[in-house]
Design a protein around this ligand. Structure first.
Ligand code: 6PG
Length: 313
């Protein structure tokens, strides 16, 4: 762990490590705020023409994190409390600045870690009416299927807070994987146009906060190690039909979209992922990066780890 220096805040249960990583070229986010939010239909059924699938850059040429914050918590319970405060603070910042808060979730154990947001004080203090909810990836199954990330988020989070149903942007589950990816991208384009979602200088959607889980193989969203999709540089949303993690058919945001985010939280708990956390945050010499190592937002990246996940750092 060269290149890691410790700067600890006074919170008793939290260890903050400030990482100074390799490339100095990735500047901290310059946020641009748009106004004039218009309500639009959450049903994103307009089809777009797929642009060519062009992978013009190799994954290893993508930017690496210039800096990331790492929080290590005594337990997943404490992690969840910290994640709730972090999210609530960003919600209030963005609602104050731009009148909306665009919030992206993944599937997996992350949703359980959002539970503190559904309890006091946050359930009462957050301005939920300004929230717009998206998925960084989704399994192409019906919304009432046990594998659905929408169902997971609905059961564990959305059904417990007063977010407007019209501000929840789930996939059209009547479409094929390819169709659902096109449809979701078109939906994002409408929301960028109407000012709900910010746009980055590189003309990708710039979400206010994206929460990512990480798989034990280092995947994020549905971007898996060694898969061609990690090189996608043009599309906003793409699809996979051979996901190594079941179910096989999914749609996923691409790295240019993920890395346009103003804030990203990588939420990882459990000793089973300690090895990959060590690889991701350590001084890896390998030229082939894991997907999680390609998470390098324009804005701020914070890792939320419990002791188990951080045990090899
Ligand atoms: O739909 C999915 O499968 C995901 O969005 C995926 O990227 C998930 O976040 C990781 O696999 C971590 O999942 P766990 O936290 O459950 O291990």
């Amino acid at each position: 762990m060269a290149a890691v220096s410790t700067s600890v805040r006074s919170l008793p249960s939290v260890r903050h490590l400030r990482l100074s990583r390799l490339s100095p070229t990735v500047a901290p986010g310059r946020l641009s705020y748009s106004t004039g939010i218009r309500a639009i239909s959450p049903i994103c059924s307009v089809r777009s023409r797929r642009s060519d699938y062009r992978a013009r850059f190799s994954a290893s040429a993508m930017a690496e994190s210039s800096k990331a914050k790492v929080e290590v918590h005594d337990s997943e319970e404490v992690l969840a409390a910290s994640l709730a405060k972090y999210t609530a603070d960003l919600s209030s910042k963005f609602v104050g600045e731009r009148g909306a808060f665009t919030f992206v979730v993944s599937g997996g154990s992350l949703i359980k870690s959002l539970r503190k947001l559904t309890e006091p004080p946050y359930v009462d203090s957050i301005d939920w009416s300004k929230w717009h909810v998206f998925w960084v990836d989704e399994r192409v199954v019906p919304k009432d299927h046990d594998d659905s990330n929408y169902k997971l988020a609905y059961d564990g989070f959305l059904s417990k807070v007063p977010i407007l149903p019209g501000n929840v942007y789930s996939i059209n589950d009547a479409l094929s994987a390819e169709g659902a990816a096109d449809d979701y991208e078109t939906c994002l384009k409408h929301l960028v146009k109407s000012g709900v979602i910010n746009i980055s200088e590189a003309r990708f959607p710039k979400f206010d906060l994206m929460l990512l889980g990480m798989g034990p193989d280092g995947h994020v969203a549905s971007l898996f190690p060694g898969h061609v999709l990690i090189n996608e540089k043009v599309k906003w949303v793409t699809f996979i039909k051979d996901s190594p993690k079941p179910p096989p058919e999914r749609i996923t945001f691409t790295f240019p979209v993920i890395n346009s985010s103003a804030y990203i939280a990588l939420v990882v708990a459990g000793a089973g992922k300690a090895h990959v956390v060590q690889t991701a945050l350590g001084d890896s010499q390998s030229s082939e990066k894991l997907p999680v190592q390609l998470v390098s937002p324009e804005g701020e990246l914070t890792w939320f780890l419990d002791k188990g996940a951080a045990s090899m750092l």
